[in-house]
Design a protein around this ligand. Sequence first.
Ligand SMILES: [Zn+2]
Length: 396
Amino acid sequence: MSWVKDKVFTNADEFLNWLDSKFGDYIGKHISENHVHHTWKPNHSNYPKYTTLQLHKNMRNFHVGTNGWDDIAQNITIGKDGDIVTGRDIRIIPISAKGYNGSTSWHPFAYEMIGNFDKGNDSFEGKQLESAIKISRYFHKKGKPVKFHRELLINGKQPKTCPGTGIDKNWFMGLVKDSKYDIGKSPSNPTPAPSVKPETNTGTNSSSSSNKAPQATGSLGLVDWMKSKGMDSSFNNRSKLATKYGIKNYQGKADQNTALLGFLQNDNNKPAASKGDMKTTSIVDYLNSIGVNSSFSNRKKLAQQNGIKNYSGTPQQNLTLLNKLRNGNSTKTATNKTPVFKVNAKVKIKSSAKKYATGQNIPSSVKGKTYTIQQVKSDRVLLKEIYSWVKKNDLA
Ligand SMILES: [Zn+2]
């Protein structure tokens, strides 16, 4: 069993295979917690001029040469692209957090993520997020608590904002604890579904849509994707774009970046995005525009089909659902059962219908007949011929 310094792994799976085969036993017996840090400096702006290994070595030089420590402080460094470089020997006490570094036989495992994740700076997303989650999950599963540096109080006070005010601990732990959460396929790192055509019963499928999806961008984070398109990926510009697409309070959080990426990819992908209302940021408006039942219960169904758990209609869930549907996920199951609620579409008032949406009784003479939709709202439509609002539930 020997630790190797400056060993580079391209992803967390590789690293964890190595770590567990060599030190799984040691970790069980001697590692107390997993400490999570961001470097603040260096950060994402140091790429691509430097590699993670170079930045990591610079940190060691600083820790040893300037701080006078025996080695680099952390056990590993996680780079911007999720790559991992080994630092301090896991069997030696790390220099993680004042007062919390433990003893030789019972000490934390500390990782540093290269980046400044205080709000308004670097984005914590993509492969880097994936590596951090997987590594913390490894320790979590072994019963080792995952601690953010800022939780390790000194005299009752936060020593730093580390690993950054932009990372919410509850959100982070939600990902760590959910083993089924496959980051590569999750809302935090959306993979467009290029092979799945949007399927609705409007009969207007465009056959070219499936070929135009941005196939090469599936695994890229927002910033990388914007760069690949030659866009300004600065926080300021992302913030501006977020506002444009209706993402409120943009702080560069992973879910916000995911939502923004979805909007940008759709705009970039017009031919595939030609169906329905591609401008709106409302899931209800969008579903109505493609003739899909936009009621809460149907949205919940669609959310479930698209892997969104515990749908309660939060703005973030709605945005995620909107992106997924626009990116080509199927709405078919839902549409099979419901009529098309679209302006000029024909619908029939069910004979079981009792009252108009506005409360008055529906006379039996108008039931069972077909009418034209003039206007669509979330739960009701206006029928042209009788100029009355009828609940969607009462239509077939
Ligand atoms: Zn820290």
